[in-house]
Design a protein around this ligand. Structure first.
Ligand SMILES: [Zn+2]
Length: 166
C-alpha cells in the first residue's frame, strides 16, 4: 500500500505538491484587492480546526464540526478590514471536502473559505486584522500573500502580530 501511494504521488507531482503543502498549525491567507473588491481566501488544515482530518465519527465530533462551520460562515468574527474602507461582505464559499463525505488521498485535508467584500472607499483599504487566530487556537500562524494595485507582498500573522498592512 505504501509503495503504491509513493508511485501514485510520483506520477502526479502537481497534485502531490498541493496535498503535501500543509503542515499542522500553519494556515494560509491570500488577500487580493481589485478595484473595489477585497477577496480573502483562507486555507487551514482541517486538523487545526476540528482536531482530526477525516469525517466526524460521532455526535461529539459532529458538534465540533458544526461550531467551526458556524465560525467560518461569520467572517466578522475572523477578519476586520480597514474600517474607513467600508467593506461589506458580498459572498462567501466554504469548501471542506472531508467534512462533506470526501476521502483524504494522503491522510491530510484542508478547509478552504473564500470571502468577497465590496468596499465603498477602497482607496482607504490598507490592512486586515486577523481575528481567526483567536477563534482557531490550534492555528499558530497564517502565511500571507497579498496582491493589489500597489503590487504584491508576502507576510505572516500570528497571535502577537495579528494585523497585516500593505
Ligand atoms: Zn494534515
Amino acid at each position: 500500500m505504501k509503495k503504491l501511494s509513493v508511485l501514485l504521488l510520483s506520477l502526479l507531482p502537481t497534485l502531490a505538491l498541493a496535498q503535501h503543502a500543509h503542515s499542522h498549525g500553519v494556515g494560509r491567507l491570500d488577500i487580493v484587492v481589485e478595484k473595489n473588491q477585497l477577496i480573502l481566501a483562507l486555507e487551514i488544515p482541517q486538523h487545526d480546526l476540528v482536531g482530526f482530518e477525516r469525517a466526524p465519527k460521532n455526535a461529539r465530533e459532529q458538534l465540533t464540526v458544526q461550531a467551526v462551520l458556524e465560525k467560518l460562515k461569520d467572517p466578522a468574527r475572523l477578519f476586520v478590514p480597514t474600517a474607513a474602507a467600508q467593506c461589506a461582505l458580498l459572498e462567501q464559499k466554504i469548501d471542506a471536502p472531508l467534512l462533506s463525505g470526501g476521502q483524504a488521498a494522503d491522510g491530510h485535508g484542508d478547509v478552504e473559505a473564500r470571502y468577497v467584500y465590496a468596499c465603498a472607499k477602497p482607496e482607504a483599504l490598507n490592512d486586515v486584522q486577523v481575528k481567526a487566530l483567536n477563534e482557531f487556537k490550534r492555528v499558530r500562524s497564517l502565511t500571507l500573500s497579498f496582491a493589489g494595485p500597489k503590487g504584491q507582498k508576502a507576510g505572516k500573522v500570528d497571535m502577537r502580530n495579528p494585523a497585516f498592512a500593505w
